[in-house]
Design a protein around this ligand. Structure first.
Ligand code: ADP
Ligand code: MG
Length: 269
């Protein structure tokens, strides 16, 4: 359902250019929990950001459900983005808003000014405000928020603020917020990197449960191999801007002849 073809991203600097993604080809199917691993600087975040066009590819294309998203702009792009949720390492919650309000955020109209104070990307604000035209009724929003609080097991924390939550609880709020618009794809960029191993496990279990129950496709970017081993059915290895391995997790991790895989797994090189 997500087809990435000949994707290249070049960052142009003053006197130089940096090829961050070099001719990437990937197929991610409906319902996959797809891991993308690689060393720091390999281009993982840039790749995931291309999937919702937070970065525009220099060339190549990305198809989601048969539609080439790289040709989309303006409202068409925003419409498409409502189908793609994203969570981050640092959670990106709105610290001045309660848990409930954070989750409702994607469903309500918000002021750009408020958004800027929180220091979030204007792109993200535009994505969330796509719903401006057809905002849900107050009761419908409340109903959806309550459903989501239940999914992430935070019903008791509905009215507290993010500062009163643990890291794992904050990530649960971020997951609920990302799912509010019922996306078919959830992008996770180092979503567990700030968490201890027990909390990581519980977040991964939650993502797995959500994947099983809603069939949402999950793309997980991480440098933590145990995360991939725990929940990803497929994996791609990114090294120096290129995909060097891809396939079912067992096959890729079992490939003893791949130096980069063994290196990432901490084996002897
Ligand atoms: P990873 O997530 O695998 O650590 P990134 O995708 O964040 O890697 O970055 C890959 C490379 O691209 C790095 O060398 C980084 O410095 C560079 N890079 C990322 N974003 C930009 C940008 N906006 N402008 C210039 N270079 C960038
Ligand atoms: Mg990164």
């Amino acid at each position: 359902m997500i087809k990435i073809r000949d994707l290249t991203k070049i960052f142009k600097m003053k006197n130089d250019e940096l090829v961050v993604l070099n001719n990437i080809n990937l197929d991610i199917e409906d319902g996959d929990i797809f891991g993308i691993i690689g060393m720091s600087g390999a281009g993982k975040s840039t790749l995931i950001r291309c999937i919702n066009l937070l970065e525009r590819p220099t060339s190549g294309y990305i198809e989601i459900d048969g539609v080439d998203i790289t040709t989309k702009r303006g409202n068409e792009l925003l419409k498409l983005r409502k189908n793609i949720g994203m969570i981050f390492q640092n959670f990106n919650l709105l610290m001045q808003k309660s848990v409930k309000k954070n989750i409702a955020f994607g469903l309500e109209i918000t002021k750009l000014r408020e958004f800027k104070i929180e220091g979030m990307a204007e792109e993200e604000w535009r994505r969330l405000n796509y719903f401006k035209k057809k905002q849900l009724k107050k009761e419908a929003i409340e109903k959806r928020v309550n459903e989501l609080l239940k999914v992430v097991d935070l019903e008791e924390k509905a009215d507290v603020y993010p500062s009163q939550l643990s890291g794992g609880q904050r990530q649960r709020v971020a997951i609920a917020r990302a799912l509010a618009t019922k996306p078919s794809v959830l992008l996770c960029d180092e979503a567990t990197s700030a968490l201890d191993s027990m909390t990581t496990k519980s977040i991964l279990n939650l993502l797995k449960k959500i994947n099983e129950e809603t069939k949402v496709t999950i793309i997980i970017i991480t440098h933590e191999m145990n995360v991939v081993q725990e929940i990803c059915n497929k994996v791609a290895v990114l090294d120096k801007s290129e995909v060097v391995e891809t396939g079912h997790t067992d096959e890729v991790f079992g490939n003893k002849s791949s130096l980069i895989v063994q290196n990432l797994l901490g084996g002897v090189v």
